[in-house]
Design a protein around this ligand. Structure first.
Ligand code: ADP
Ligand code: MG
Length: 694
């Protein structure tokens, strides 16, 4: 059978890659020729100009050329073996020295041309380089070199893969295949936006002829990536915007007013504004797509509750989806406590519900006898049918791998109003660029009377003092959390497990009651423990990050975090948000013996600020944008090259261009968009006919 060669051909068929090497490459996710062409250098080294020996500046990194005149191996008394290669350029001589690499001898055959790249040194009067990078040519030095005498790419590596090896492979792949790269962008567009050709960009990002070429190649390739992503998002949007608008709510606000009077606090200005913005959306005749953004503890739940009340009052069903069972349970208890008295029937749905109960709730959702349902992922799984879903609320949206309506496009969620809630501050321009028509309500303040949580970073020698502090809180009736990175101890690493913490604490504070909570417990066990904690039958909850999001027990005012260096900054912020929910003074104590620079920077930043915005900014600067608002948020494959934060200007440009195209040709059926459609299909594996994204 004839093998047709294409960009999708497995790397194994590239000369120089056997089965063995293809395994190594696979570890870098390099499987096809195309993968290799899109495996970009981490940085470059300018290995120019190529000098004569007499021109070398000693102690500098230099490139030098010559012809091998001799090559010999010397054995020192120490047992070391030195390979000495003498090269000459007709005027002068120099040495290249290698220790314990005698096998290189056969590489440097006399009369071949070489280029060395390394630190030029002088030993006595003799010029030399120790372990230079080298490139050998049987005849003269050719016009095109790969490793030296050029701006050389430096790739990220894995074990068993040498820089020279991968560079050679990329070079070869480019020579053979780069002409097969077709350009999805129209010439007129490239000219207008000053973007180079795609194949040129791929060649230049690897082997730039000039430094600025690498930059313009980068810009072009980042543009491509964002452009395709934005095309998909715009297509999705076009898809749902043409759907029927059947969910327009009436004007029944009385129940909302009534609900608000049952609370034992006044809404903050931000909450108030958010509530009425949402209600206006629900009445507008357009499907709502709104994000409520407010720091941990700003009171987002009550805003969602008010919206759900309004929906129910207008004869629609509402759904509230939370990322964990523990949180869904809590929301359910709270909502039913407030909404049932108003005549709104509440229900709960999660994976681990007993079959009979599940059956019952599913029936009641379908026949409309449940008005508001709270649940986990289960809400968007097979078998869930609503009679008339008007509003879907997604709490802690960043925890779900979805943001796009498209991903919810099943189970009747697609035509419902959508309310997303998050504590992650995404800069507004970024949110708009990524999510298009999303409206945003910001709750900018915390409820009155909150004090910042006092945050201490301590080491092991303060442990007893910290236990005493914990005990003093318990003595005055407060409760506490102890957070551990592990459930059970495993391995030799010195990381505290919750079982170990339980053992220690129940010895030291034997007069207190401790409870354990972790993700591997059965749902009703979890439920029971949370219940006991809320009812103050448990003084201290020892847990893993299952309580990270949403948990609200205002009487808990002290938190100890073990091995705090194991947690990311955003995660620490969420965890700390579990305390300081009332007017009481509260503490967050970090135990950490961290020595690493990164950990120290993180923990220090964390003790200094309580602002979610500042923390997010710091997190961005420590981790880069991709992690925070990356693939998780838009639900698309990871970006290969661009960074949503760093490259925001290119992202905005790409968005604008994508919108232009999709607004005229929402399914990309026009001949001039054929290549764009192909590119989107092959990158995102979606067919533009359905444009289904999930
Ligand atoms: P988050 O925004 O983190 O989801 P919650 O909705 O869990 O915050 O609210 C945190 C705590 O603040 C809860 O105990 C809630 O009852 C309380 N709360 C919410 N709004 C107010 C307010 N306006 N005044 C006082 N307490 C409030
Ligand atoms: Mg919450």
């Amino acid at each position: 059978m004839e093998q047709t060669i294409s960009l999708k051909t497995p790397l194994q068929y590239l000369k120089g890659v056997g089965p063995e090497r293809s395994k190594v490459l696979a570890r870098l996710n390099l499987v096809t020729i195309l993968d290799l062409l899109y495996f970009f250098p981490r940085r470059y080294e300018n290995r120019l100009p190529v000098k004569l020996i007499g021109e070398l500046v000693f102690e500098d990194k230099e490139c030098v050329r010559g012809v091998v005149s001799s090559c010999g191996v010397m054995r020192l008394r120490t047992g070391q073996v030195i390979l000495k290669v003498v090269i000459s350029d007709g005027k002068s001589q120099m040495h290249g020295l290698w220790f314990n690499q005698a096998y290189l001898k056969k590489t440097f055959t006399p009369k071949s041309s070489v280029i060395f790249y390394g630190k030029a040194e002088k030993s006595g009067k003799q010029a030399q380089m120790v372990h230079p990078e080298y490139e050998i040519f049987p005849g003269d030095v050719p016009a095109q070199t790969v490793h030296t005498g050029r701006i050389a790419p430096i790739y990220p590596l894995t074990e068993d893969l040498a820089q020279k090896g991968i560079r050679q492979l990329v070079y070869r792949a480019l020579e053979i295949f780069s002409s097969l790269l077709r350009d999805p962008l129209a010439l007129s567009m490239k000219n207008r936006l000053d973007l180079p050709d795609r194949a040129w960009a791929i060649r230049q990002i690897h082997f730039p002829d000039e430094e600025r070429n690498a930059l313009s190649a980068y810009r072009r390739l980042v543009f491509d990536e964002f452009f395709m992503m934005q095309i998909v998002l715009e297509m999705k949007k076009a898809e749902y915007q043409k759907e029927n608008r059947l969910m327009t709510h009436g004007d029944k606000k009385a129940q909302v007013e009534q609900f608000l009077t049952t609370l034992d606090f006044e809404l903050t200005a931000g909450q108030e504004k958010a509530v009425w913005e949402i209600i206006a959306d629900l009445q507008s005749g357009h499907v709502m797509n709104r994000l409520v953004q407010g720091d941990v503890g700003s009171g987002k739940t009550v805003v969602a509750a008010a919206a759900l009340v309004f929906t129910a009052a207008n004869g629609f069903q509402g759904a509230l989806m939370a990322p964990t069972e523990v949180l869904a349970q809590q929301h359910y208890l709270k909502l039913s406590q407030f909404l049932e008295p108003l005549g709104i029937a509440c229900g709960y749905l999660a994976q681990n519900l007993p079959a009979a109960e599940k059956e019952k709730i599913l029936t009641r959702l379908a026949d409309g006898s449940v008005d508001v349902v709270v649940g986990t992922h289960s809400l968007i799984q097979e078998g869930v049918r609503f009679k008339k879903l008007g509003l879907a609320v997604i709490d802690e949206q960043h925890k779900f791998g979805v943001f796009q309506r498209g991903a919810l496009a099943k189970k009747g969620f697609e035509s419902a109003h959508l309310l997303l809630m998050t504590a992650t501050p995404i800069p507004r321009t970024l949110a708009l660029t990524l999510y298009g028509d999303l409206d945003i309500s910001i709750i900018g303040e915390l409820p009155q009377g909150r004090q910042p949580v006092r945050t201490l970073w301590v080491t092991e020698n303060r442990r007893q003092a910290m236990y005493a502090l914990l005990d003093s809180f318990l003595a005055k009736g407060s409760q506490g959390y102890v957070l551990c990175p592990l459930i059970e101890f495993k391995g030799k690493e010195d990381v505290k497990s919750i079982f170990k913490a339980y053992e220690d604490l129940s010895q030291v504070l034997s007069h207190r009651k401790f409870g354990i909570l972790h993700g591997k417990m059965k749902s009703d066990e979890k439920k029971k423990v949370m219940q006991e904690f809320k009812e103050k039958k448990i003084d201290v909850l020892i847990s893993t990050v299952v309580i990270e999001v949403g948990i609200d027990v205002p009487n808990a005012n002290i938190m100890i975090i073990e091995n705090a260096e194991k947690f990311g900054l955003a995660q620490l912020h969420q965890l700390r948000g579990r305390v300081g929910r009332g007017a009481e003074e509260s503490y967050c104590i970090l135990f950490s013996e961290a020595r690493g620079e990164d950990s120290i920077e993180r923990l220090e930043a964390f003790t200094k600020t309580s602002s979610g915005f500042e923390i997010a900014e710091k997190d961005l600067s420590l981790r880069g944008g991709g992690d925070i608002v990356g693939e998780k948020q838009h639900g698309l494959p990871p970006l290969r090259i661009g960074d949503i934060v760093r490259d925001i200007a290119i992202l905005e440009l790409a968005k604008k261009e994508a919108r232009k195209i999709v607004s005229v040709d929402p399914k990309l059926l026009a001949p001039q968009n054929r290549l764009v459609r192909r590119a989107v299909e092959s990158r995102y594996g979606i067919s533009s006919k359905t444009a289904a994204l999930s």
